[in-house]
Design a protein around this ligand. Sequence first.
Ligand code: SF4
Length: 389
Amino acid sequence: MEAVQAQVLSHYRSELVERIRANGHVLSADGLLTVKLAKEFGFCYGVERAIDLAYAARKVFPDRPIYILGEIIHNPEVNDQIRAMGIKFLSGKEKDADIDDLKKDDVVIIPAFGTEVAMRTKLQEKGCQFVDTTCGDVMSVWKRVRQYSKDKVTSIIHGKAWHEETKATSSQTTSGGGHHLVVFTLGETDYVCNYILNGGNKSEFLNKFKGAHSEGFDPDIHLQAIGVANQTTMLRGETEEVQRRLKTAMIQKYGAGEIEKHFRFFDTICGATQDRQDALEKLLREPMDLLLVIGGYNSSNTSHLAEMGEAKLPTYFIKNAAKMVSEKLIVHYDQHKAEEVETSDWLPLGRITVGITAGASCPNNLIEDTIRRLFELRGVSVRELLDIK
Ligand code: SF4
């Protein structure tokens, strides 16, 4: 593992980022530009472990075909690197192989988000060998929802029904004989609360949550005892609000004295997500002109960092430095439109301060590229500024 970790480090480390970290997370070119890095940003322990294990798999099985169920984490550059190592993707736009083609003893990497129970069973039946990189924090959520199922409590999962992690978590409830419903927004939460309190049109309910509930889920039966859990990378404040609203509805329906029979809650946001949100919250209290959030556009935790920024100041969610086309133009992800958009005159003239953060799946070398590009746009060479290569 030591050799593997050194290799991973060589691909993703950044001397510049380490220098800025050691310098109080600030880099400044007097009179022109100050960059402030959040205190916590970038790769989390779960992501580092997943990448280390994938690299290790390549070393342990140098001559055998290795497959991966899908993106190891939500970062395009990291996935390209995995592909460059000859690891074949079993899903996604650039799928290289099909699950049905897998044979006994084929090596299959399970990404950090985990996978659905049915998929694991299918691979086991084929006799595949797993390299399981599922994050321990994701498995903790599984433990919670399995317990809910065992106790005949329906899991209400605050998350994205289409996200790999939430799909995997949802499958844990049904494999344990239970039910689940995934809610994403506060509007959806209110709809569920209203149904709990007043009933409603069952087919409309099921249609609204199509693809986000277990098979056989009946809102008239399965909302009588509920337990809230969440995707590990949600926004803390929103998750708390989801559970508060559901708890209030259950108290109104069954009374405070009976609440323990009808409502449970476990906060399953992971420590890494929380640390990055807390650090950004702190950074956002400082005066800044704009915020850059770096990460894959399908990364849940990164999208929430961008959401936090948007609420306070001009925020640009970019996947790499090339998106800062010029001082006049930036191409960035608009998560509300789910597409890249262009903004002109994004970099204000005069002396400015730019905040930078990055999601848990973003490597330091991409953060470095962004910082270098930013200074370059202001005509400053970071190499000369810090006297590094
Ligand atoms: S973001 Fe959290 S749950 Fe996801 S891999 Fe990192 S530590 Fe694990």
